[in-house]
Design a protein around this ligand. Structure first.
Ligand code: SF4
Length: 242
């Protein structure tokens, strides 16, 4: 018996009457490793020595525990290896396809890893592969629409104002949205959305008050840059982080 992702070499000799074995069978089980090795980016995960350092620093693993990964490999490297070795699209709702998203991409795993596997980049690559292979979806269409709006500042401002007004109307007097229609209802299943504020951050920044605050922050930054005591304190802080 070998676990998923284990490279196994089985040598089987069949004894037969006479001088020595009559047949020789060599069986190789690579359990997805050849595919992972062929992946220029993903092959880095095979450097893992299973020390578990990345598990112990991962904020997601800390809260979800090992069983939630659904494979012998838990934690950040498990999210990479399981998706690589067992695939992410065995069924329509393959739970493995959620593994690359089980990370805040904080980078703590990369800092802790003794073989310096860049797990956050691997997870981003797997997310990319997942969205490429998943085909057309409502989420993909929504993202395309969002990209089209966000890349046009004038359109974005209009959309933001319309969403603000619409959100406040839906929120009503108690200033919170408790139920969204499908396919967004998953968001409100366990939490409310506060009503959008009257003034967006962008409009506040463009206002007189925003300009004054920005100017004051720039002056404070310049003053700190010229202050030798601040420079010494920054050096000490950086030394301590090394
Ligand atoms: S810290 Fe690196 S070597 Fe250790 S289990 Fe995680 S990925 Fe593997």
């Amino acid at each position: 018996m070998v676990g998923r992702g284990t490279l196994a070499v089985l040598l089987v000799e069949i004894d037969a009457p006479g001088d020595g074995p009559q047949e020789f069978h060599l069986v190789l089980l690579d359990n997805g490793r050849t595919v992972a090795l062929a992946d220029r980016i993903g092959r880095e995960a095979l450097n893992c020595i299973r020390c578990s350092a990345c598990l112990n620093v991962c904020p997601v693993y800390e809260r979800t525990g090992g069983h939630s990964y659904g494979s012998p490999y838990p934690g950040p490297i498990g999210a990479v290896l399981t998706a690589q070795l067992a695939g992410m699209h065995a069924t329509k709702d393959d739970p493995n396809s959620s593994l690359p998203y089980a990370s805040s991409l904080c980078g703590a795993c990369f800092d802790a890893c003794p073989v310096k596997s860049d797990i956050p980049s691997l997870l981003v690559e797997l997310r990319h592969q997942h969205t490429e292979q998943a085909g057309a979806s409502a989420e993909k269409l929504a993202m395309k629409a969002a990209a089209a709006v966000i890349s046009r500042p004038g359109l974005f401002t209009v959309a933001q104002k319309a969403a603000g007004v619409g959100g406040r109307v839906v929120a009503g007097r108690d200033r919170k949205i408790s139920r969204l229609p499908a396919p967004f209802d998953g968001w409100t299943d366990s939490r409310d959305i506060p009503a959008p504020p009257q003034q967006s951050f962008r409009s506040w920044l463009a206002s007189g008050e925003g300009e004054v605050t920005l100017q004051a922050a720039a002056e404070e930054g310049a003053r700190l840059r010229d202050d030798p005591r601040h420079e010494a304190a920054t050096d000490t802080h950086e030394e301590g982080n090394r």
